[in-house]
Design a protein around this ligand. Sequence first.
Ligand code: AMP
Ligand code: MG
Length: 520
Amino acid sequence: MKLNINDKFTKELPADPVLENNRRQVEKACFSYVTPKKTAQPEMLHVSPEMLDNLGLSEKDSKTEDFLKVFTGNMVLPNTTPYAMCYGGYQFGNWAGQLGDGRAINLCEVKHDNKKWALQLKGSGETPYSRTADGLAVLRSSIREYLCSEAMFHLGVPTTRALSLALSGDQVLRDVLYNGNPEYEKGAIVCRTAESFLRFGNYQIFAARQDTKSLKTLVDYTIKHHFKGLGEPSKDTYLAFFKKVTQRTLDMIIHWQRVGFVHGVMNTDNMSILGLTIDYGPYGWLEGFDFGWTPNITDRQHKRYRFGNQPNMGLWNLLQLANAIYPLIEDVPALEAILNSYQTTFDKVSFKMMRSKLGLQTEADSDKLLIQDLEDILHLTETDMTIFFRNLSHFQKEKPEEGLKVIHDAFYKPEDITGTVETRWNTWFETYAKRLNEASVSNSERQSKMNTVNPKYVLRNYMAQLAIDAADDGDYSLIDELFQLLKQPYAEQPEHEKWFAKRPEWARNKVGCSMLSCSS
Ligand code: AMP
Ligand code: MG
């Protein structure tokens, strides 16, 4: 196995001088050196061929003993120095102080085909940032992260990726519902990858400690390696940097809204500086289209991170980042202008995205109302988002009266589509047909456009749970089946039609399907 190691983070940024692996506050440093924990009986369950390719590795490499050892933390690659990053964060609106990689250990950075990849093990043991926890991860949450991050990539959503999923062979104690019933579960390790795992929290921790020197070092490093072309360190460059981060964050959240992804824990320690979807925890996929939905039971009361609030939370998090880098800029109006542009740009881009979901390539004055009306009607009865938008592509502009038939499969209770609900749908279809007739785009042309933005297959919450239940019983075949399926989320894949279906009733209130906790 030959990787082109290209470590920059540890070479150019200040390290924690303490080498002991005890829990502590780490100041004036971006990371601490730490060695992954050896595991009882590692077993590789799945490897992403696309990620192997990205790293310049072959399938043959992935079958070697070294690959298994390295990506389960049982062997450190020569000339590399694994480390955990120091960061802080606002959790559910409150400053939580130092958090850091409590169970993630960065192995090294790799350069291949002119692309940079940081490789990181999740669930590989304690670090100085583990606080009160064990540094480990269980199989269920690891399957969820592994499958979803690769699926998001294929959906075209900016995301961290995953190279491998392995069992550690160790048992891990978890209290899934935080109700005093801990149980042993299988331990697992995912090797995830990204150009960088830097988060908003990496900058905030220095700001909170009034350590402007380290803050500047980290921002300069970030611009030099990940935001090339912005210029030499200066106030203007820092503003350009913040603008880019704002744009990328906005772009990521628009994609989430497009595919119906709810992150679940948009704390600032889970916001990537590169605008990548990061930290797949109690995330979920919309079934019924519902702006008020959150999968995270920890957030059930306030629903801070509900589907419809993700755009606002993105902005709130950016405001916190602006506060953190303020000492390097000291210009409130300039930062505020960028934050304000988030709001206006968001409305514009979101509108365009929604139009594309309806197959409207051009813009008409009436489109805002058409979309607003649709969103209102979608909330009247439980209507499956994925099926609705995908089947809407079959709508024929000459036959508005058949609209309800076209989207029939999206209704969880079709028998409820009567009276005013039925009338509102029919009126909407008439308006939609009229609009489409004005646009003079053929039905088939519209359909093929719509099918590039409305996925047919997403990792529905219950699908991941089925793969988890089977894996708990030692059957890993469903992991591969879903992995293959989700590589082509926009293709018809008739052989996989069974996954183009509403959530089954057994999954409605099942833990792991509609209710997830941060326990992982
Ligand atoms: P999360 O809510 O998963 O983003 O985690 C918030 C913080 O808790 C991060 O600093 C994690 O590294 C840390 N953390 C979560 N689970 C564990 C664990 N099992 N052991 C150590 N640290 C953890
Ligand atoms: Mg996190």
